[in-house]
Design a binder for this molecule. Structure first.
Ligand SMILES: Nc1nc2c(ncn2[C@@H]2O[C@H](COP(=O)(O)OP(=O)(O)OP(=O)(O)O)[C@@H](O)[C@H]2O)c(=O)[nH]1
Ligand SMILES: [Mg+2]
Length: 679
């Protein structure tokens, strides 16, 4: 558990932390000189053998340092508001209390400090004023303790309350250390280290630590320093997951990959740090200037960086005016602070005390994940306005206020992971990418339980899948109606006609499902309706049998209709009709008008073209090359290549006929590698 102080300047936060832990967290010379806290301070309280120490983050109370207070408070799991009994609630008492409430720090206490300076009447008056504020802020669980750092009154009560609270959250450090590293202060210990940075910790520790520890690791950097023998060190609260020395992490924003050399967690050397702890990671191959407060160290699998964040926020009830679109704000998320603006999504004005959906447009990209806490302060950074949770860290620029988009955001607000994905899929007619979804959720989500079709990496709600399939079939029938002599339509062309905004890979997988369900059929490179007339009449069958040997014998040269008529001695009209039906059925290939090739000959010609294309760096074939390879004239080589372009085997780019990545010939739908599981 990490306890964070809060409260007005000079009310005794640092003194209280020192009285509880023995550590003076004001380390900087300027702090000592001026007697005020400027940077975040850290201390740990030992809880006995085998137990994770209790962490403290001490914040400044100065009105100009609220951004520092926020960087610290966003990483804590327990709030300790300090209110001087002689002074009573003051402006930053109120603002810090609002911040604790907006950050969702529901567990905490209030220390009524300097009680040696207030008589019973005054204590009682300040006590009831504080109780009223707690109720207003929606933090009724905060217990009030009267203390004095001078007389020692009330200190023991606070200490034992904190220790009891810490054991409510199952203590991960209680488990034996697999690598047997020795606890105890060392060079990486933040409370022994000197200048240059700041701290914070948070939100994952609000949830059951066990659950969060399973997700992708991420640490919000609130403090950076260099240490002899260790190199650059980044410290901050572990929001989720766990980390061990040797692990590769990504530093974001930015694209540096770093390796963890060694770890301190809760003030001691460890072989692993996990959710809810403060950790200091020594990083290999980094300069100190590569690191700054506000960045994140994360598992490469959950990198999520964005300058556009959709969130649900509550405007603080104490605000006088509503929040309008276009309002300039300071946005605080994790240890990061960035300027930006607000756009209301579900109303024109968000009124004080109301909760609404907003898009936060940041002036630069930051790391952000689903359910991260955000706090908004006004443009001059003098007031805390609003706070809430991130719903979509990679929000769209367009269609951001449509009914469908708002339904998606409401789905993302659902707490239960299974219900959340189900509702999201229901409000996403074109489905969602599972990998993207998991990354934005920082790996903490259930996609397996969703009642959906899984199309490779794509998830599609069953009802939407049915609708999409109906549109595809309808488009295909329309195509057959307009082009009755075509065997069918090429895969991606059908996608462009039926659902151009649908993911191309997911479409391929959906077509495979439809083929498996008998809704579509595949013939060579083409899709067709299973009932698209492909059967030859008895007479045509007889004609086709007499044509077959001649077609095969014609080989690479192909057979002209007039020669076929001569050979088989049927009437020209019936020969032509038979060839047209055979072409639709994929039994002959009309390379140019009146010139037909047998399918096995075409297979061989395709194989030669693909082999040539694969052997060149440009993955394509030129007419001259192909002419030499098949031993025919240049003119015929071009005709054949152009036929391959038409049926989607190749694609012409200038003089080159390139292999198609999505060629149905190379990867016919029936043999597609996309995994399909139906649930
Ligand atoms: N009499 C009395 N004085 C106290 C008590 N606690 C703190 N003080 C004094 O109040 C002054 C301010 O204490 P700090 O602990 O620095 O206050 P702070 O809240 O940390 O101040 P900032 O960090 O600058 O916001 C110091 O001179 C302390 O000695 C107390 O319980 N009784
Ligand atoms: Mg202080």
């Amino acid at each position: 558990m990490i306890v964070g102080t809060a409260g007005h300047i000079d009310h005794g936060k640092t003194t209280l932390v020192k009285a509880l832990t023995g550590v003076d967290t004001d380390r900087l010379p300027q702090e000592k000189e001026r007697g005020i806290t400027i940077e975040l301070g850290y201390a740990y309280l030992d809880r006995g053998p085998g137990l994770d120490p209790l962490g403290f983050v001490d914040v400044p109370g100065h009105e100009r340092l609220v951004h520092t207070m926020l960087a610290g408070a966003s990483g804590i799991s327990f709030g300790m508001l300090v209110v001087a009994a002689d002074d009573g609630p003051m402006p930053q008492t109120l603002e810090h209390l609002a911040i604790l409430a907006l950050l969702g720090i529901e567990r905490g206490l209030v220390a009524l400090s300097k009680c040696d300076r207030a008589d019973a009447t005054q204590r009682a008056a300040v006590g009831s004023a504080v109780e009223a504020l707690l109720l207003q802020a929606g933090l009724p669980a905060y217990r009030v303790f009267e203390v004095s750092a001078i007389s020692g009154e009330g200190l023991e009560a606070i200490r034992s309350h904190l220790l009891a609270q810490a054991s409510v959250v199952r203590d991960r450090a209680a488990q034996p250390d697999p690598e047997g590293s020795q606890p105890g202060p060392s060079a990486l210990d933040e409370s022994h280290e000197a200048p240059g940075a700041s701290p914070k910790a948070q939100d994952a520790s609000h949830a059951a630590p066990g659950a969060a520890a399973q997700c992708g690791f991420r640490l919000a950097i609130d403090r950076v320093f260099t240490l002899e023998g260790h190199g650059s060190v980044a410290a901050g609260p572990v929001h989720a997951g766990r980390v061990a020395p040797g692990r590769l992490l990504r530093l974001i924003p930015g694209d540096l990959q770093v390796r963890v050399r060694s770890i301190h967690a809760q003030g001691r050397a460890v072989s692993e740090a996990s959710t809810g702890q403060r950790a200091a990671l020594a990083l290999a191959g980094l300069q100190r200037q590569d690191l700054s407060r506000g960045q994140w160290l994360v598992d490469p699998g959950i990198v999520s960086v964005s300058d556009r964040i959709d969130a649900r926020v509550r405007l603080w009830p104490g605000e006088r005016q509503g929040l309008r679109s276009g309002t300039q704000v300071h946005l605080h998320l994790g240890a990061e602070a960035v300027t930006g603006s607000v756009a209301n999504l579900d109303r024109d004005v968000l009124l004080p005390g109301e909760e609404g959906l907003v898009q936060l447009v940041c002036h630069r990209a930051i790391g952000a994940w689903h359910r991260d806490r955000v706090v908004l302060r006004d443009a001059s950074a003098s007031r805390t306005l609003a706070g809430g949770i991130v719903l979509d860290p990679a929000a769209p620029v367009r269609y951001r206020r449509t009914a469908q988009r708002l339904a998606q955001l409401r789905a993302l607000a659902i707490e239960h992971p299974g219900q959340r994905i189900a509702a999201l899929l229901e409000s996403s007619p074109l489905g969602i990418g599972a990998a993207d979804y998991l990354r934005r959720q920082a790996g903490h989500a259930a996609v397996s339980s969703a009642p959906s079709l899984r199309l490779g990496e794509w998830l599609l709600d069953e009802q939407h899948a049915k609708r999409l399939m109906a549109v595809i079939v309808q488009q295909l029938e329309e195509y057959h109606r307009l082009h009755p002599l075509d065997a069918g339509i090429e895969l991606q062309r059908l996608r462009r006609l039926a659902c151009p905004r649908f993911d191309a890979d997911a479409f391929r997988a959906l077509i495979q499902v439809m083929c498996a369900r008998g809704m579509l059929a595949v013939q060579g490179a083409f899709l067709h309706h299973p009932e698209h007339a492909l059967r030859l009449s008895a007479r045509e069958q007889a004609v086709s049998e007499s044509l077959a040997p001649h077609l095969r014998a014609a080989g690479f040269h192909g057979a002209w209709v007039r020669d076929l008529v001569k050979h088989c001695r049927h009437e020209e009209t019936i020969v032509r009709a038979t060839l047209a039906t055979m072409a639709r059925a994929g039994q002959v290939h009309p390379v140019v008008k009146d010139l037909y090739y047998a399918p096995e000959v075409i297979d061989e010609l395709v194989a030669i073209a693909l082999r040539l294309a694969e052997s060149t760096g440009e993955r394509g074939v030129r007419a001259a090359q192909y002419r030499d390879a098949i031993g025919l004239g240049r003119h015929r080589a071009i005709q054949i290549l152009e036929y391959f372009d038409r049926i989607g085997v190749l694609r012409r780019v200038g003089d080159l006929h390139r292999m198609r990545a999505e060629s149905a010939w190379a990867r016919a739908p029936v043999t597609m590698r996309v995994e399909v599981t139906e649930r």
